[in-house]
Design a protein around this ligand. Sequence first.
Ligand code: ATP
Length: 573
Amino acid sequence: MNALRRLWSLFVPYRGWMLLGISVALITLLANIALMSTSAWFLTAMAAAGATGTAMNYFTPAALIRASAIIRTAGRYGERLINHEATFRLIARLRVWFYEHLEPLAPARLQRYHSGDLLSRIRADIDALDGLYVRVLVPVAVANMATLFFSFFLASFHPLLALSALVFWGVAGVGLPIWAERRGRIPGKRLAEDEGALRAAVVDGLQGLAELSVYGAAERQAKRIDGLSRQMITDQGRLASDQALTQAGVGLCAGLSLWVMLWIAVPLVEGGQIEPPVLALLALFIIASFEAVAPLPAAFQILGRTLAAARRLFAIVDAKPEVIDPPTPSPRPKRFDIRCQGLSFTYPGATEPALVGLDLEVPEGGRLAILGPTGSGKSTLFHLILRFWEPDAGTIAIGGDDIRLFQGDDLRRSIAVVSQHTHLFAANIRDNLLIANPNATQDQIESACRVAQIHDFIAALPEGYDTWVGETGVKLSGGQARRVAIARALLKDAPILLLDEPTEGLDAATERNLMQALDRLMAGRTVLLIAHRPAGLDWADKILVLDRGRVSAYGDRSVIPAAMQTVLSSDLV
Ligand SMILES: Nc1ncnc2c1ncn2[C@@H]1O[C@H](COP(=O)(O)OP(=O)(O)OP(=O)(O)O)[C@@H](O)[C@H]1O
């Protein structure tokens, strides 16, 4: 129930909308019941008046019937309008709320989640929460108020009438919902989880379709997706059949309640305590009154799914970010020399440290090449400088200030990164460049692309800078994507540059061209570049060689023989 309380606190800003929605739903329900019962009374009274030849005022009941019909129609329209408006506002707020909590967790904390699963949480789980408002809160509030009103109304004829109806409303509106909630808890929770798993499997299947086909594993992936779909269909089927049963139960309660009412009221009619037309009114009133409690079993059944969705969202919202910004951050760095002292770091759950006691110093405008075999901690150093992770020991200072004093975003504004895996968004080339500097003009974009030696290629495309690069940039080759990344870094114009094997996997001619482009990018900036081989490092002032997280050589180019040895020996392993 803790999840329910927390959810409610998110709904609080919309209580005005909710109150309005509940009021209109209540008025609509009452108008419907008034229409049914007054019509029954009117028809019976008119028949009786006709048979006995007595005069009767039919203007007032006719007006009441007409008014109830109009209110009911307008109310149903208004209720949907108001509740949908409130729901959309609520969902929009919930999405922003969730995203605001998600962002600080990237990338360190989010690595334990699959992107498909996160997508499912952002979409399906948040959508499930709106069920709590429209399908649980509104019906429960309306049912409570309506049954209170109905009880007083029936008691005004005879207390036993109110008491017997209360018993059946209780069974339909409390007993059946409790039963439905218990039965819906497990399949509801499983549905929320399976939806996430299914989305993850489909995303994996689509993104890795080429690999799956090559290794003949596409059928296995299809079977997994099929298995998850079947499980979901089974659970949905179970929920649907329970829902049908509870609806039948509500109908049974209404029928039984009618019989009991007749059993109590007929003697009252015979005794003259109730007029015969009132009996018809009561009969229709009893049947129609169950409309107030009918949505409750379904409401409580989806409560399991809703609370499971809420718990999945809270699990992420409550996750502590790996790196927490200082309460009163220092202004952005003014100088851009980098100094690491005694830097050690082990990834959570890893047995071996990624970095151990690393010391290094790069003056402002200096250029450091970092070499080392795979897994030696080179990228980890970049992650720590970017403050994606917090070191276990030691410090990193930029411009003489510990980077823990800066706000993460401020720090990262001073750093541009070109990595071996450039992420391009499913957008056009211009939009992909503008993420580095949304205010860049077309001239600035073109001049950055000229320096990155990609302008001629883009200009030759039929749609030029408007060319859509495809999902994750599949329409560009690795070398082209990296030039786009270099152009991005130029547009960002940051004083610190981190380059993670920017020429990895390129042929010699492309690498040479790209290095020329990089040389222009590096001018005047503090540069750390991860290189995959010791050749061609003439641009570097200093070289750092890492081996299993430890510094194995550090100094000017004279350390290259040591670097050669480290890299080569590991390559042979
Ligand atoms: N996100 C992570 N979670 C857990 N362990 C990680 C993570 N990233 C890297 N590691 C581990 O930390 C160690 C250092 O990895 P790192 O990526 O820094 O190496 P690297 O020198 O950049 O390798 P490469 O040249 O292959 O890119 C490795 O043993 C790796 O398995």
